[in-house]
Design a protein around this ligand. Structure first.
Ligand code: CP
Length: 299
């Protein structure tokens, strides 16, 4: 079985296949059906990722179980590895996992037969988010070579920033980071950290990030955040007409982004959400191709 726990596993042909297949699923119903059961294990809250995997699994014919953490033996001390090994022993083919730890490292030695998809690992990775962001960019620009992408905000605590930086650079985009100095990451020092107004003025894609209060050790006040580091009506005037505004969601309206920005035609947040279902269908297809007669050509 194939797993997707990091964008670093992917190469350009694999990404090209996943994006092409996702585009197919936006326009067509799948002709193939995947047999078997998958399970959603979410240890952190989610709206988009959780529900879009549910929709994606339904459209691919997979039966998706919901592992309700609060009702499960996790409450009696069961570890993530023990939960996964238990589901594996039941014959579940695939687990979709969101957890606050860098859990792919923990499960590497677990000997699982099942596929595993990373739906968010702490501050580390969110591969399907990066793929749906890449699809949104590809739909508008056709390719990635030389595109200037600025990722702005709480980069230090963002798995979305990390997965996007790895993926978009591999595809040929020029990625920079911006935001409050306190959110500058300790890793990824090779990626330029630029002034926010410069980022807005010169970027083809501006990807805004949520301030992740739940991951901060000390409280961070956002009183003047929008004025200094947020997109608003004034800054929209500096953004190129061809540029895209992306945000993984959920948004903090009035903080990193205002209502005017949400209504601007360059803002593609809901298109990202739509693409999320199709990208996750393609990822399920990729991971479980042995359960769909090994078909990897567009169905
Ligand atoms: N982008 C994202 O992961 O959103 P959710 O937390 O709602 O899944």
């Amino acid at each position: 079985m194939t797993s997707l726990v990091s964008v670093k596993q992917l190469n350009e042909p694999m990404v090209e296949w996943l994006l092409r297949q996702a585009q197919y699923y936006i326009e067509h119903e799948p002709k193939i059906k995947i047999n078997g059961h998958a399970v959603n294990l979410f240890f952190e809250p989610s709206t988009r990722t959780f529900l879009s995997f549910q929709l994606a699994a339904q459209r691919m014919g997979l039966t998706l179980l919901d592992f309700e953490v609060e009702q499960s033996s996790v409450k009696k001390g069961e570890s993530l590895i023990d939960s996964l090994q238990t589901l594996d022993a039941m014959g579940v083919k695939l687990a979709i996992v969101r957890h606050g730890d860098d859990w792919p490292k923990l499960i590497a030695e677990a000997g699982l037969k099942m596929s595993v998809i990373n739906a968010g690992s702490g501050i580390h990775e969110h591969p399907t988010q990066a793929l749906l962001d890449a699809l949104t960019i590809k739909q508008h620009f056709g390719s990635f070579a030389g595109l200037k992408v600025a990722v702005v905000g709480d980069v230090r605590h963002s798995r979305v920033a990390r997965s996007n930086a790895y993926l978009l650079q591999m595809l040929g985009a020029k990625v920079s980071f911006s935001g409050p100095e306190i959110f500058k990451p300790l890793d990824l020092s090779e990626i330029p950290w630029i002034d926010f107004d410069q980022a807005v003025a010169e970027s083809d894609v501006v990807m805004m990030l949520r301030v992740q209060h739940e991951r901060h050790e000390t409280a961070y006040a956002v009183a003047d955040y929008n004025k200094r580091y947020g997109l608003n009506a004034e800054r929209l005037k500096q953004l190129a007409k061809h540029a895209l505004i992306l945000h993984p969601g959920p948004v903090n309206r009035g903080v990193e982004i205002t209502d005017e920005v949400m209504g601007d035609p360059r803002c593609k947040i809901l298109q990202q959400v739509t693409n999320g279902v199709a990208v996750r269908m393609a990822v399920l297809h990729w991971c479980l191709r042995e359960e769909s007669n090994g078909q990897l050509v567009p169905a």
